[in-house]
Design a protein around this ligand. Structure first.
Ligand code: ATP
Ligand code: MG
Length: 420
């Protein structure tokens, strides 16, 4: 037997129901917010991720699936969604479109070579949005509240942890202060952090190994190094979030693992004990330099991504008592060839009238078909029988009240639809 690759999993049964549910709610919400769907390739030129996500990020330095194709091209399975959307925005010159800003939503699989554990896979699904062309704090508020309300719609209670990295000037000032603070304490940090001190010191604050280290807990905070402009901008975002009743907490430890962020960064955290209490289910931020960095015109951007696999876990946890049972509207019973022929046509007509229905295709007897209908939780049974059919009559049985009704064959569709 050939088994699935490590870190992957099959989505079927209840998991598939949650998977579809999440995607459907996401699509509906995004359409109301006037976001348009975008789909970019699952593999891209390796350089795209190395440049945008950053060589020193965990994702690129340890987690990418890189390969050469038969034409000797360096390709990478996408580890995240933003880089591809930005590449597409530039390549297709969408900055020239009359409707700006461009607001996108996407859904798809990402690939990261991580150590598999609960809620952490090598093939993962993300839903996300990217907005290109608006630097307004109003847009920060829109994107964050979209994520917040989306999770609320699914019944997931979250807190928004928010921080700002400020503009380049603020970030540089902070970087300097952080390095001088960390240098004398570097021995107490992990080996990755020792390297990060020179390559990317801000990333140290995001370290999963050192996260409870006193040194990091007492580190200087970016908020003390913001210039006036960055501070005013951040205060505006917070003001709008308060106004929109979004439950947030300013958290200086949120720096995000990717290189391209500036200004607002945020994570939405759910309290799920089985996943290690505070679980990040959604994360994002502003990336005003990414488009120009990748060769496009200077264009601000902001977005978030949410891990669908983690959302499925969370939903399963929240709904653990409530089993999802299969249910259909109608089960059509037929035994002999004449009855089966009528059934075949009837289920097709019902299905195209948006009635979820089923019939037997395993040559089961009548008794077994009744059982099957119960297993499907069919609300209504249509019982076909040759004698009645010759008179143009069909028996309909309410499977809950057990009440039977004879219906004229020509009126069966209307009858079922109006009695659903
Ligand atoms: P983490 O700190 O948990 O590694 P991250 O910073 O790498 O997260 P992002 O790149 O921001 O995560 O991805 C956004 C969301 O995607 C995360 O909040 C999480 O829900 C989900 N996610 C990230 N990595 C995985 C994974 N390996 N398997 C499943 N979901 C994941
Ligand atoms: Mg990660």
């Amino acid at each position: 037997m050939i088994l699935k690759p490590k870190g992957t999993y099959d989505i079927y049964g209840d998991t598939a129901k949650y998977y579809n549910y999440i995607n459907e709610v996401f699509k509906t919400v995004c359409e109301y917010y006037n976001y348009e769907y975008i789909r970019t390739p699952i593999f891209e030129d390796s350089e795209l991720f190395h440049r945008s996500v950053g060589e020193t990020s965990d994702i690129v330095s340890k987690e990418t699936y890189d390969f050469k194709d038969r034409g000797d091209r360096n390709l990478t399975l996408r580890p995240e969604g933003t880089a591809g959307v930005v590449r597409s925005f530039i390549e297709n010159k969408m900055y020239g479109d009359v409707c700006q800003p461009k607001k996108f939503y996407y859904s798809g699989t990402m690939y990261r070579y991580e150590r598999p554990q609960a809620g952490r896979y090598r093939e993962l699904s993300q839903i996300g949005v990217e907005v290109l062309g608006s630097n307004s704090p109003l847009m920060d508020a829109e994107v964050i509240s979209l994520a917040y309300r989306l999770l609320e719609e699914m019944g997931i209670e979250v807190t928004v942890k928010i921080n700002t990295l400020g503009d380049q000037e603020s970030r540089n000032a902070y970087r300097e202060a952080l390095v001088s603070y960390l240098e004398p304490n570097i021995d107490s940090l992990c080996s990755d952090c020792k390297k990060r001190l020179t390559t990317n010191p801000l990333r140290i604050l995001d370290c999963k190994v050192d996260k409870d280290n006193e040194v990091l807990i007492n580190a200087p905070k970016i908020t003390d190094y913001l210039n006036e402009e960055s501070k005013t901008r951040f205060d505006k975002v917070l003001e709008y979030l308060t106004y929109l009743d979004v439950d947030y907490e300013v958290d200086a430890s949120i720096v995000r693992g990717l290189d391209y962020y500036n200004h607002t960064v945020f994570e939405l955290v759910a309290d799920i004990p089985s996943l290690g209490s505070a679980t990040t289910v959604c994360a994002g931020g502003r990336y005003n330099n990414l488009v120009s960095f990748l060769g496009g015109p200077d264009t601000p951007g902001i977005g978030f991504a949410s891990g669908v696999d983690r959302l499925i876990h969370v939903l399963q946890e929240i709904n653990s008592e409530k089993e999802i049972e299969p249910a259909i509207d109608v089960y059509v019973m037929a035994v002999n060839e004449e009855e089966k022929l009528t059934a075949l046509r009837l289920v097709q007509d019902l299905r195209w009238s948006e009635v979820k229905c089923e019939m037997d295709t395993l040559d089961k007897g009548l008794k077994a078909q009744f059982k099957q209908a119960d297993r499907y939780n069919a609300r209504t049974l249509i019982i076909l029988n040759s004698e009645d059919l010759q008179k143009g009559i069909i028996t309909v049985k309410d499977n809950l009240t057990k009440e039977e009704t004879k219906v004229d064959e020509s009126e069966i569709l209307d009858y079922i639809i109006s009695n659903l």
